[in-house]
Design a protein. Structure first.
Length: 100
């Protein structure tokens, strides 16, 4: 229950039932806490972004079995032709080099 005639008295009586409501103004403290939490999340985002973007390995040419499994997974609708064998299908008979 809230009792009192003035606004200050009502806030004091409300503080007995609801500790977050009271006559003392904590707006700037709450804003500071909110900004602190936002800064921590932004810092964590930047750290994780940096770690994920710099820890990549060097690109490599997929092996023939990897290309074949990718070709099968996509139902043969890969935009680039399937190259089997050595890099870029060199030194292979023509019927083995490129499969569509």
């Amino acid at each position: 229950m809230c009792y009192g005639v003035t606004g200050h008295e009502v806030l004091v009586s409300l503080e007995n039932s609801f500790p977050s409501i009271g006559p003392v103004d904590h707006v700037w403290r709450d804003v500071g806490i909110l900004l602190g939490i936002a800064a921590v999340f932004k810092l964590l985002f930047c750290v994780l972004f940096f770690r994920k973007t710099t820890s990549m390995s060097e690109p490599r040419v997929p092996t023939a079995s990897e290309q074949l499994s990718m070709h099968k997974m996509t139902g043969g609708s890969v935009h680039a032709p399937l190259v089997v064998g050595t890099a870029f299908g060199q030194n292979l008979p023509p019927f083995v080099q490129v499969m569509n």
